[in-house]
Write a protein of this length. Structure first.
Lengths: 221, 286, 287, 282
């Protein structure tokens, strides 16, 4: 059974600046893999390249191969939008739309599923990120009224609603207080049963605590 | 949010929409500002007149009148951009040649005189008449001060009209014998009769050319002196033909008029129509 | 799903194409329509002195009138705009600054016909009395009216250029013990000069293109004033000429082609000035 | 005279100049108001004009201006919105963006009389719409295109990248991104642009002078090929009869109505622009 993600001597350059140099690794399915390294060693770029978020940037250039379930994601006839639905990404700073909590959760899927599935889906993903109890009676008010920790969990719920197999977390707890950071870490452990998770962080103990295997990324000279 | 934008866009669309309701017939009239008062007043009367079914046309007829000058009138009727062209001058030979294909037909509805007009201040200071030669020298810039023709010591504000205007054609034809004469003495160029009338009224030493009907106590008409006898533009001198600068006021159609256009032209030639010509200050044609 | 988003992209691409065609089409039509007269007259169309429809078409009087009126407007506006811009950007509190800026934006929005009405009823009569002229419709009247019209635009853009000067320059100047006035004139003004040049150029571009207000007060005489610098004689500018004669010759004939050639000339001049203006506004020197 | 007093003097002199300039608007407003008020009799806004504009009201002229304005926005909004979205979302090539930016500036700087000339030639003569309110709306639509684009582009660029990145990460197709993120978030920018466009179209005379209007005989256009009387051209004709007091009063009255219409639209645009800033910081 081929590994979930296979990266073979990946090299990423922005114009003249080489950000990732000949990097290879494998990520097993339904596991948490953590990438640790000081800020500026290309962790985020690596993560963004896995879901082709850098395509729009002009001088972005990528060499090497990124395979998901044996299929090269940079192959021309790969549907980028399909790929991004299979690979969910969570950003460092939680970003919620100035809409109700209910609408935020359904933001990624509302035009692809019919009305009657809205309620059950929202409840399922919100319980999965154990936010349901806190918000179930105020689903209609603005998501921006939630605390930063709750917003991050809402963002994860929103990504889960799309039904991705792989989850990329780009330092998800760095803008959170310790208590909500712990909540996110326990959430990651519960999610790994059905999802392959790739976590980028610079906190060593968080990496050891949560992940099954570690990848060290050093600064290229 | 997207829906709201769409609704707003459709709502805006509704405002101009009644504009495309029914297609009641309309007559487009364009041309000389001298003839315009006749057309506008006749249009209002004809729409009411026509309601009592005298000319038996069913829809509510709308008559659109637009200014622009005789040249614009002739050009647009010849090019089919309007149904009737108003002109206060004859169609020039070059125009006749150029628009041969449109078989322009002239319907004369009235007669008008072009008066040489001066500001009331100069009139009161004693200028009552000028010879053709004097007017010619003023427009050629040879005479620059009213004192040279027995008036007050003031520089003459020589006002000319735009080249294609009917009033200018007739006036220049009389003064220079050439309807498109060049006038180096001109100080100021105006467009419509109303603009010319305003300029001469505002100034206290202006000379210009204006249809006889547009003369008022601010803008006075002067006589044309030929050696001894002086002909002043009055109803009688124009009707009898003594006053030299006269012209026909005519409506021009491309080919034989029919339907509403024919009805309107017949109305203009009818007694009620000629009454409108009289009221506008011109001399009826019949 | 793939072709649906492709179709949508085509719709947006189409709309963008319509926009580009508007800009391109305008230029194409001007060239296309003015080709006959340029072929017929060539260079002496631009240098010809008298414009007599049906015979000769000389564009020089209009060209000269436009340049003189714009130069006059610019001469009147420049010192005033510079002085007031310095005061607004350096000496006004932020609330009153916003109020003055709002006033200026409203002024810039006043339609040309309203300025025309003001010009005809007041300005031309005043100028007639003050300078004892024969008639109020002269180059000077058009110049003053245009100055009033482009003042808000030039003022707002120059003030923006001055605000764009980085705060550090001001702190350094004040740190060196310079007074506010010395800072304004010694540091801020020279730094903001390219921006101000840009503002003036854009103002000129707008002045060149104004039609209605000028048409009513310039006297529309197709002749270069006899002593060429006499700004108190009637004259003609390109937009005013187009406004008066377009109706007569619409659509065909050499007269129409001559008018379009005038329009092309105006278009190229305004574009050039605008291009230079925008480059200055971006702070790049004109060299 | 020591430099201190010189400076104080200069600053004082400048403050007088600034006062003068900002009071310029009040002077213009006061004159138009004082001159226009006598003409504003009760029926001024609802009656038709009589006796070549020397008496009566300006109802049909006002309606004509409104029809031209709204027609222009109707045509211009989709093109402006579509083109800016294409330029910001789909267009990637640097030269492509530069060409679009330059054409926007060309359209914005073009003297409006040229829109009238070329517009009448292309729409009126070639596309056979002739002298009508449709030609007028089309010409004004092209003229206000850059105004709309600037406001829409401002709103889209003010949108923080975070929203777009989140949308992309959720795998939304470009169209659903536009539909559910770009347009809703830039809603106020678009409406501000609409009001600024309306204000500019309302005040425009040169472009529609000979392409869309008629002197008399028309009330409301009853077909696509009917011209319309407009406030601006009504004023233009009356201003040329400035010697006649009643005509001048009517011209000032029409001027007052036109000016208040333009100011109303501009102030509405400001209110919305205020909301736009508030929206962006949300």
């Amino acid at each position: 059974m081929s590994p979930a993600i296979q990266i073979k001597n990946l090299t990423v350059t922005y114009g003249s600046m080489k950000v990732i140099d000949d990097f290879s690794c494998e990520v097993k399915e339904n596991s948490v893999t953590a990438i640790i390294g000081p800020s500026g060693c290309g962790k985020s770029t690596l993560l963004r390249s896995l879901c082709r978020m850098n395509d729009r940037i002009a001088e972005f250039h990528l060499a090497g191969q990124v395979l998901m379930k044996g299929e090269n994601i940079y192959h021309p006839d790969v549907d980028v939008y399909e790929l991004r639905r299979r690979v969910g990404m969570i950003f460092q700073k939680p970003c919620v739309f100035p809409k109700s909590i209910f609408e935020n959760v359904l933001f990624g899927v509302k035009h692809r599923i019919d009305k009657k599935d809205y309620e059950p889906l929202v409840e399922r993903v919100l319980t999965e990120v154990n936010l349901w109890k806190e918000v179930k009676d105020r689903l209609k008010n603005l998501a921006t009224t939630l605390s930063v920790g709750q917003q991050q969990r809402l963002a994860i719920a929103r990504t889960l609603a799309v039904g991705p197999e792989i989850l990329l977390l780009d330092e998800p707890t760095s803008s959170l207080d310790p208590e909500s950071a712990a909540a996110i870490e326990s959430l990651i452990e519960s999610l790994k049963t059905h999802h392959t998770i790739l976590l980028v962080t610079h906190l060593h103990e968080q990496a050891e605590k949560v992940s099954d295997n570690l990848i060290f990324c050093n600064i290229i000279k | 949010m997207f829906r709201v934008l769409l609704i707003l866009w459709v709502a805006i669309g509704v405002i101009p929409f009644p504009a495309s309701a029914d297609h009641s017939p309309k007559i487009q009239i364009v041309g000389s500002t001298t003839v315009l008062p006749i057309a506008s007043r006749a249009a209002e009367r004809f729409e009411k007149f026509e309601k009592i079914e005298k000319f038996k046309s069913s829809h509510r007829l709308r008559i659109l009148v637009n200014a622009g000058g005789s040249g614009v009138g002739i050009h647009s009727v010849a090019r089919g951009r309007s149904d009737i062209g108003m002109a206060s001058r004859e169609i020039s030979p070059s125009e006749r040649k150029r628009f041969e294909g449109s078989h322009l037909k002239v319907h004369t509805v009235g007669v008008d005189a072009v008066a040489c007009v001066i500001s009331s201040e100069v009139y009161d200071a004693g200028i009552r008449d000028l010879t053709r030669q004097e007017i010619r020298d003023i427009y050629l810039g040879k005479i620059r001060n009213w004192s040279e023709v027995g008036g007050p010591d003031r520089k003459i504000v020589v006002v000319d009209k735009e080249r294609h205007r009917g009033t200018r054609h007739v006036f220049m034809n009389f003064i220079f014998g050439n309807p498109t004469a060049k006038t180096p003495g001109t100080i100021l160029v105006t467009g419509s009769n109303n603009e010319e009338q305003t300029k001469i009224a505002q100034s206290d030493s202006a000379i210009g050319m204006l249809s006889y009907a547009w003369v008022n106590d601010e803008v006075r008409a002067i006589g044309i002196r030929d050696k001894k006898n002086i002909v002043k533009p009055t109803r009688e001198t124009i009707r009898k033909g003594d006053y030299p600068i006269v012209r026909n006021l005519s409506f021009i159609t491309a080919g034989e008029p029919n339907g509403e256009v024919k009805a309107f032209l017949e109305y203009l030639k009818s007694p009620e129509g000629q009454q409108v010509v009289e009221e506008s200050g011109y001399i009826p044609f019949t | 799903m793939k072709n649906e988003s492709h179709g949508v992209m085509l719709v947006f691409a189409g709309l963008n194409l319509i926009f580009l065609c508007c800009a391109g089409g305008l230029f194409f039509f001007l060239i296309f329509e003015s080709y006959p007269i340029l072929k017929l007259h060539g260079f002496d169309f631009w240098l010809g002195q008298d414009w007599w429809v049906g015979e000769t078409y000389g564009a020089l009087p209009m060209l000269y009138g436009s340049t003189l009126v714009t130069a006059l407007a610019c001469l009147l506006v420049l010192p005033l705009a510079l002085a007031v811009a310095i005061f607004i950007s350096e000496f006004l509190t932020s609330t009153s600054r916003r109020f003055v800026k709002a006033v200026l934006e409203l002024l810039a929005g006043v339609p040309g016909i309203v300025y025309g009405l003001l010009g005809v009823s007041f300005l031309s009569l005043w100028i007639k009395d003050i300078f004892g002229l024969l008639d109020g419709n002269t180059l000077a009247t058009a110049g003053c009216l245009l100055a009033i019209m482009i003042l808000p635009t030039v003022l707002t853009l120059s003030e923006d250029a001055m605000r764009a000067v980085p705060a550090e320059y001001r702190e350094i100047a004040l740190g060196l013990g310079l007074s506010k006035w010395q800072m304004a004139t010694g540091v801020v003004l020279p730094q903001a000069l390219p921006g101000i040049m840009g503002a003036v150029l854009l103002g000129i571009g707008r002045a060149m293109g104004e039609t209605i207000a000028v048409m009513l007060v310039v006297g529309s005489l197709d002749r270069i004033p006899d002593p060429w610098f006499n700004i108190f004689s009637s004259a003609q500018t390109i937009p005013s000429k187009l406004g008066r004669e377009a109706a007569e010759s619409i659509g065909e004939g050499t007269h129409w082609s001559a008018l379009m050639a005038l329009g092309l000339m105006l278009f190229i001049m305004v574009l050039l000035i605008n291009f230079l203006g925008n480059r200055c506004l971006k702070g790049r020197s004109i060299s | 005279m020591s430099s201190a007093t010189f400076e104080k003097g200069m600053v004082f002199f400048l403050s007088i100049l600034t006062l003068l300039v900002s009071s310029l608007l009040l002077i213009i407003l006061a004159t138009v108001f004082a001159k226009g008020l006598p003409a504003l009799h009760s029926g001024f806004l609802i009656e038709a004009s009589e006796d070549f504009g020397r008496a009566g009201g300006i109802f049909y002229q006002l309606m004509g201006t409104l029809i031209l304005m709204t027609g222009a926005i109707l045509i211009s909004l989709p093109v402006a919105l579509g083109s800016v979205i294409y330029q910001t979302q789909y267009l990637k090539s640097k030269t492509g963006k530069e060409i679009c930016r330059q054409s926007g500036q060309v359209l914005n700087a073009t003297p409006t009389i040229l829109f009238g000339l070329v517009g009448y030639l292309f729409f009126g003569v070639y596309l056979e719409t002739g002298v009508s309110w449709v030609t007028g709306s089309l010409i004004l639509a092209v003229m206000i295109l850059p105004t709309l684009q600037v406001s829409i582009r401002e709103a889209i660029e003010a949108l923080s990248d975070q929203y777009k990145e989140t949308g992309m990460a959720l795998g939304l197709s470009p169209w659903s991104q536009i539909k559910s993120i770009i347009v809703p978030q830039c809603y106020y920018g678009i409406i501000t642009g609409v009001f600024l466009g309306l204000a500019r179209a309302a005040g425009e005379t040169a472009a529609i002078m000979f392409a869309a209007t008629t002197f008399s005989g028309i009330r409301l256009p009853e077909s696509f090929s009917d011209p319309v009387p407009t406030l601006q051209t009504h004023m233009l004709v009356l201003t040329q009869e400035a010697a006649n007091p009643e005509t001048l009063a009517q011209a000032w009255g029409a001027g007052l109505v036109l000016l208040s219409l333009v100011f109303f639209l501009t102030v509405m645009a400001w209110i919305l622009r205020g909301r736009l800033k508030m929206e962006a910081e949300l």
